[in-house]
Design a protein around this ligand. Structure first.
Ligand code: ADP
Ligand code: 5GP
Length: 214
């Protein structure tokens, strides 16, 4: 029996942080290094940034389309963040989880709360904190994707968002990117190995002890 084929249930890895902390950067690195991990691509009513691709970073929708998805119960969670609506399409998550793949959610604390209520067993949540408010501001400015008033709004919202670290399973401070990334990677690696996520270990035990034919 191939150890890689042991039946397992995927991890729902929720990554939240104030805007500009480095969530997208760490998500990108995780996705590049973990073949079994896929990003939950959210729907949003926010305007597309120059560097973003529709369908890859987000599904960009009108408010009317968003309301329809929400009313059809097609969203696993949704929230208003920085004056725009964001939501997680249910179908892609159900499919990935059903196939034993891990799913990464780059969502805010309101979405994190909803997923933790709905799927506590599957969710592993990580809150990223910046090293200082000055560094958070300079990362938002350096990213150069948002207008000055948008940056100001995101900094003001950070003050509301930061206290929610207490609701998360893990907290990682993103001062040095390499270290923060490897800490998040370690969390994912360890959580994947939790006994409860591998129902196939019962069959594997039978195989090891020569009690069946697989
Ligand atoms: P978020 O997704 O949380 O809004 P991003 O991943 O877009 O944040 O990061 C914001 C900016 O900060 C980007 O320009 C990114 O390259 C930079 N950045 C991310 N992590 C670090 C770090 N540890 N040190 C310095 N700059 C960082
Ligand atoms: P941004 O506009 O910078 O891409 O994202 C703004 C905030 O919205 C971030 O905190 C991001 O994690 C959050 N976000 C993105 N997609 C979703 C989603 O589907 N649901 C929720 N609740 N938040 C989201």
């Amino acid at each position: 029996m191939d150890p890689q084929s042991i039946k397992r249930r995927g991890v729902m890895l929720v990554l939240s942080s104030p805007s500009g902390t480095g969530k997208s950067t760490i998500s990108r690195n995780l996705l590049a290094g973990n073949r079994n991990l896929e990003l939950s691509v959210s729907v949003t009513t926010r305007a597309r940034r120059g560097s973003e691709i529709d369908g890859t970073h987000y599904h960009f929708v009108t408010e009317r389309e968003f309301n329809r998805l929400r009313d059809d119960d097609a969203l696993l969670e949704w929230a208003e963040v920085h004056g725009n609506y964001y939501g997680t399409p249910r179908e892609a998550v159900d499919q990935a989880m059903g196939e034993g793949r891990d799913v990464l959610f780059d969502i805010d604390y309101q979405g994190g709360q909803q997923l933790m209520e709905k799927a506590r067993f599957d969710v592993v949540s990580v809150f990223l904190l910046p090293p200082s408010m000055e560094e958070l501001q300079s990362r938002l400015v350096r990213r150069a994707e948002d207008a000055q008033e948008v940056i100001q709004k995101r900094l003001n919202n950070a003050i509301e968002e930061i206290p929610h670290w207490k609701e998360y399973d893990y907290v990682v401070i993103n001062d040095d990117l390499d270290r923060a990334f490897s800490e998040v990677q370690s969390i994912l690696t360890a959580e994947r190995l939790r006994r409860e996520r591998s129902p196939g270990l019962f069959d594997y035990e039978q195989f090891l002890l020569g009690r069946n034919e697989s």
